[in-house]
Ligand binder design. Structure first.
Ligand SMILES: Nc1nc2c(ncn2[C@@H]2O[C@H](COP(=O)(O)OP(=O)(O)O)[C@@H](O)[C@H]2O)c(=O)[nH]1
Ligand SMILES: [Mg+2]
Length: 233
């Protein structure tokens, strides 16, 4: 893992004195490791000051990122399992109880450094069209992978997982999928074992999440994107 000390002079050379202010605000020290999370914070801070293109160019030039590309992900699953809440928590960092989803496709976009690649993540949310099968080929088109979501407190949504997997495979073939159990803050009320689905349907893994507390939301996204990166690089 690279440390700030190794890159400090180069970064200051490109960004000037404002760079010292950024690292002070972020609490990054010479001995700090520039892991993906720290790099993402630094990236966000720098973008506000000098813009996305410049930051991407600088981080690439000095070798702090290995490249930059967009990744489209989907989130599917039964109505009410918390897909929109998952997307909003990830992209906006918030949980809004009164949020009403619109009819149509919604997507959420956010830059994130994952495995030292700058990824422009676009997450597509099935917004109110869970029941309109005709629309869904458009929804899936171009996705590199995605999440199949069920609610940990809704047995029926758990039983629906095989149907969603079938639909993903029919539209996208063998793309990486992560199984997510939602609403972990409410406990576990399903009777089956998610790991069985993992084995049976070839999920990359299973993670239990809560959009309310934020538990494992970033981890789920990182873990899936990491699998996608390792398939294409
Ligand atoms: N307790 C709890 N409630 C949640 C969570 N995620 C979503 N919800 C609630 O579940 C309901 C459905 O959520 P929504 O995101 O609209 O589900 P969608 O239909 O799959 O998009 C809403 O009332 C949310 O407030 C969670 O992590 N914990
Ligand atoms: Mg929704």
């Amino acid at each position: 893992m690279p440390k700030l000390a190794e890159y400090k002079d180069a970064l200051r050379g490109f960004f000037g004195r404002q760079f010292d202010k950024w690292i002070m605000e972020l609490g990054i020290e010479d001995s700090s490791e520039l892991d993906d999370g720290t790099l993402t914070s630094l990236y966000e801070m720098a973008v506000k000051a000098v813009g996305q293109e410049r930051v991407t160019e600088v981080l690439g030039t000095i070798g702090l990122i290995r490249g930059s590309f967009p990744v489209k992900l989907f989130v599917c699953g039964d109505p009410g399992v918390g897909k929109t809440s998952f997307c909003r928590r990830f992209a906006l960092g918030s949980f809004d109880k009164s949020y009403k989803s619109t009819i149509g496709v919604d997507f959420y976009s956010k830059h994130q450094i994952i495995d030292r690649f700058l990824i422009r993540l676009v997450i597509w949310d099935l917004a109110g069209q869970e029941r309109f099968g005709l629309m869904r080929p458009n929804f899936y088109r171009g996705s590199s992978g995605g999440f199949v979501a069920f609610s940990l407190v809704d047995e029926r949504s758990f039983k629906s997982v095989p149907g969603w997997v079938e639909e993903v495979r029919a539209n996208l073939g063998d793309v990486p999928m992560l199984l997510i159990g939602t609403k972990s803050d409410l406990g576990v009320k399903i009777s089956g074992d998610p790991e069985e689905y993992v084995r049976k349907f070839g999920f990359e893994g299973y993670i239990s999440t809560s959009a309310l507390t934020g538990e494992n939301i970033d981890e789920a996204v990182r873990s899936l994107v990491s699998k996608i990166i390792s398939r294409i690089t």
